[in-house]
Every structure is written in structure tokens, then in C-alpha cells.
Design a protein around this ligand. Structure first.
Ligand code: SAH
Ligand code: SF4
Length: 382
């Protein structure tokens, strides 16, 4: 938390260096507004303007008195993100944005659009980052290859979703002017699968989820939120005790310690047995299935005997496996397996009663993968 929310200690003057109000918690906003001599309901209005309306300037908050708006604007900015680049895939389904944070760090966010599919409603999913860089160094991952810079604040995490909501609303407005039917909600799903390890930035990730979930906030239900982790057992156990029930995706990527340690250094600290113990505890405490992610690396972890090993390992666990042909990165030596090899892997798993899906990917042409922000059609979360 950067800003202290008392009227006398109002932070630096507004401008490029002013703090973002998104870095204030609900309590801090209440204290700030009370300190300005305003009634309590004003703080709720401000909260709704920020998180429900996704306002980008205090001027837009017409429910608030002009004097309050201008006092806020003197001390705070709202959006900590400056768009450096935005790329659309040819089919228009995917937009990848590169944002600069106030201290110059760069992060990526991907917005994926899924048209109506049979009985499934159309939906938009946003893939967000929780750290600038990542310390965990997985060898197939573009972020891991860049090293760790810093944690994102809760405000910087949720700002990525608010940005997507604004983009989505603008699209819906254009489409309705030409007679189109607007999508049911601007953004329906959020996946923590961008840069960084969410559970290594635990408190800020949880605070961002709380605001996402808040019906007075962004209002995206926990069941439509997926947190992907490299597999940190203590934090998985902690997550099981949180009051909301998000989907948990665990990056497994190998059926034995030797193979996993070759690509995921974290495995030396937390080998597969300890990770699976934590996953079983998570399932027992939450009654929810775990999604295992398994990036297929041609010739490394995709052989039939490895599929059988994985089947034996996961048999009986309430889970679903997402098989993801790797997105080759600039520096990595990895290739995707062919479709036949991928299908064989899947059917071997089936033999153990372990359900799996091969992830269809979006935005390959704009490198939305970039080894990292690759689109996942999170079918079962729609
Ligand atoms: N740090 C978390 C979340 C971010 S990465 C985690 O590791 O789970 C999100 C997912 O993308 C993880 O499953 C990760 O292993 C996977 N991933 C990383 N690089 C990839 C690549 N080049 N191709 C396909 N998936 C990749
Ligand atoms: Fe970090 Fe996840 Fe990339 Fe591994 S895969 S380096 S944990 S972001």
C-alpha cells in the first residue's frame, strides 16, 4: 500500500508521480472520504465508480460532488497502466496489450473473445499478470527467461481487468450502434496466467480477487476466476482456506521428478509428491477439482510411457488435465508435438480415468503466447 488515506497526509500532488487510488483498500477509501468530511455512502459511490463502472477519471464520477472529485484528482491518479503496444490477432479474437507501470516496468495482458458456441454464451476472458517478471525460471517460459523485477500491487493487478472491461464496453457500444446484440457481460472470466507467479504474490493476488468478486466491485464470480500456480504447496493449502472458491490450475508439466526438475527449478524445492499432497488436501477441503496444466514439449515429456506414468500418478484425484502444446519462445529449444502424438497422450490418460482437454490456443499470430500470455480456452470455466 503506498498512499496513506488521511486528509492531512494526502499523498503527493496529482501528475505522473501521483499514486493510484486503486492502491487503496476499501477501508482506506472509507477513511479518506470520511476525512474529507463526506458521508459514508460517498465512499461506496467512489468504490462503485472505480470497480463497477471502471471509471478512468474522477471527472466521469458524476454521482460525486464536483468538489470531492477535484480534491481526489489533486492527490490521486486512477489507472496505473500506460498502453505501450496493443496487437490484435487476424481473426479479431485476441488482443494483447503491453503496459508500462509508473516506475517503467512492463507487463502484458491478453483479452480473448469467444463467440457463442452451441449452448455456450459468448464470453470474454482476460489473462492477467501478477508480477513484473518471475523468479522461478521455468525453461520453456518467456517470463522465466527474463528474471524477476518486482511484485505488482493489488491495484496494478486489478487495473488490467478494468482496462479490459473498458475495451469490452467500447466494443459493445460500437456493435449496438450497428444493431448488434451486446455480450451478456463485458468480461466474464479472469485467468491469472500472465506474467509471474500469483501465489508468490499471495496477499495482493487475494486482494485483487476480493475486489473482482465484490458485487459492489467488478462482480466477476469466483467460479469464473482461475489462479494458475507453478505449484507452491504451502500457498495451495492457504488458498484452500480462503472464503471464495476460485479455480485452481497447477502447472505440472512432467510425470516424474527427474523430468520436472529439468524444466522447472521449483521442483527441487517442492517435488511432485509434496505438490500432489497439497493438491489432495485442497480437493478434500474445498470439494473442488484441480486443473493440472501439462505443456507438451516434443521429445521431452510427451512419450507414451510418460502419459502412462501421469495417468498412474493422477488416477483417483478429482482433477482435469489441460494438455497445452508448447508455444516456442525466442530462446527455448522446445517444439510442439504433432497432433497424432498429442492425441495418443490424451487417450493413454483416458485409460486411467483421468479426464483431459487439448487446449485450443488463440492469438498465435500476434505471439499472444510469447511463451507466456497464451490464450487458454478455459472451456470448463465458461
Ligand atoms: N506462474 C504461473 C502462472 C503463469 S504461467 C504458472 O506457472 O502456472 C501460466 C501457464 O503458462 C503455466 O502453466 C505455464 O507453465 C505456462 N507456460 C509458460 N510458458 C509456456 C509456453 N512457452 N508455452 C505454453 N505454456 C507456457
Ligand atoms: Fe514463472 Fe509461471 Fe513462467 Fe514458471 S511458467 S517462469 S512460474 S511465470
Amino acid at each position: 500500500m503506498t498512499a496513506k488515506a488521511s486528509p492531512n497526509a494526502l499523498p503527493r500532488p496529482s501528475g505522473p508521480g501521483a499514486p493510484s487510488i486503486l492502491d487503496l483498500s476499501n477501508d482506506e477509501i472509507e477513511r479518506l472520504v470520511a476525512g474529507m468530511g463526506e458521508p459514508a455512502f460517498r465512499s461506496r459511490q467512489l468504490w462503485r465508480s472505480l470497480y463497477k463502472d471502471a471509471a478512468r477519471s474522477f471527472d466521469e464520477m458524476t454521482t460525486l460532488a464536483r468538489s470531492l472529485r477535484s480534491s481526489l484528482a489533486e492527490s490521486f491518479t486512477i489507472d496505473p497502466l500506460t498502453t505501450v503496444m496493443s496487437l490484435d490477432s487476424k481473426d479479431g479474437s485476441t488482443t494483447k496489450a503491453l503496459f508500462r507501470l509508473p516506475d517503467g516496468e512492463l507487463i502484458e495482458t491478453v483479452l480473448m473473445r469467444y463467440e457463442r458456441d452451441g449452448h455456450r454464451r459468448p464470453r470474454r476472458t482476460v489473462c492477467i499478470s501478477t508480477q513484473a517478471g518471475c523468479a522461478l525460471g521455468c525453461t520453456f517460459c518467456a517470463t522465466g527467461q527474463q528474471g524477476f523485477s518486482r511484485q505488482l500491487s493489488a491495484g496494478e493487478i486489478i487495473a488490467q481487468v478494468l482496462h479490459a472491461v473498458r475495451v469490452a464496453r467500447a466494443e459493445d457500444a460500437i456493435s449496438s450502434r450497428s444493431g448488434g446484440v451486446p455480450w451478456p457481460v463485458p468480461v466474464s472470466n479472469v485467468v491469472f496466467m500472465g506474467m509471474g507467479e500469483p501465489l508468490a504474490n499471495y496477499d495482493n493476488t487475494i486482494e485483487a480477487i476480493r475486489r473482482l468478486n465484490d458485487p459492489q466491485g467488478t462482480g466477476i464470480g469466483a467460479r469464473r476466476v482461475t489462479v494458475s500456480t507453478v505449484g507452491l504447496p504451502p500457498q495451495i493449502i492457504r488458498l484452500a482456506a480462503e472464503p471464495f472458491q476460485v479455480n485452481l490450475a497447477v502447472s505440472l508439466h512432467a510425470p516424474d521428478d527427474e523430468t520436472r526438475s529439468q524444466t522447472m527449478p521449483v521442483n527441487r524445492r517442492y517435488p511432485i509428491a509434496s505438490l500432489l499432497d497439497a493438491c489432495k488436501t485442497y480437493v478434500a477441503r474445498t470439494n473442488r477439482r484441480v486443473f493440472f496444466e501439462y505443456v507438451l514439449l516434443d521429445g521431452q515429456n510427451d512419450a507414451p510411457e510418460q502419459a502412462h506414468k501421469l495417468g498412474r500418478l493422477l488416477k483417483g484425484i478429482l482433477c482435469h488435465v489441460n494438455l497445452i502444446p508448447v508455444n516456442p519462445t525466442a530462446h527455448g529449444p522446445y517444439r510442439r508435438p504433432g497432433t497424432r502424438r498429442t492425441a495418443a497422450f490424451r487417450s493413454a490418460l483416458q485409460g486411467y480415468g483421468v479426464p483431459s482437454t487439448v487446449r485450443m490456443e488463440k492469438g498465435i499470430d500476434i505471439n499472444a503466447g510469447c511463451g507466456q500470455l497464451r490464450a487458454r480456452a478455459v472451456n470448463q470455466h465458461g
